[in-house]
Design a protein around this ligand. Structure first.
Ligand SMILES: [Zn+2]
Length: 140
């Protein structure tokens, strides 16, 4: 079997474990979601990236990204529906070592700007510093 190539991950999830309220933790089956599955969720669902650019950021093909995201959605859906505990850990990934800044272009006026790593919140909520439109498109 071909070894799985490491997927590039920019950010580690801030919370590593979830459990249903009012249920003893030993009473429910645990679901494990990998770090790269959470990265796919972050890029596609939180940042709102298309699968093409998101796949590029993680260093995988588009079909591979799609597969990772599908798997993550299935697990999280089951976690919610079945009331399980959820742990986020492991997988095949390495952290990106670049400065991690993100670059955006305004969909309204075309202005481009950069947001340093760890600042500025979600891309889909960013306002253009030039015209104030909420139309940020992530470039990298
Ligand atoms: Zn603008």
């Amino acid at each position: 079997m071909r070894p799985i190539k490491d997927r590039h991950v920019e950010q580690l999830p801030p919370v590593g474990q979830f459990k249903p309220v009012g249920v003893p933790i030993f009473a429910v089956d645990e679901m494990v979601v990998s770090i790269e599955e959470m990265e796919a969720i972050r890029l596609a669902d939180v940042e709102g990236l298309d699968q093409g650019p998101a796949a590029e950021l993680m260093g995988v093909s588009r079909p591979t990204f799609h597969r990772i995201l599908e798997k993550a959605h299935l697990k999280i859906g089951r976690f919610l529906w079945e009331g399980r505990t959820l742990r986020i850990e492991g997988g095949n990934y390495r952290m990106k070592c670049c400065n991690g800044s993100r670059q955006f272009r305004c969909g309204t006026c075309g202005h481009e700007w950069e947001v340093p790593a760890g600042q500025g919140g979600r891309g889909c909520q960013l306002l253009c510093p030039q015209c104030g439109a909420q139309a940020a498109v992530r470039l990298r």
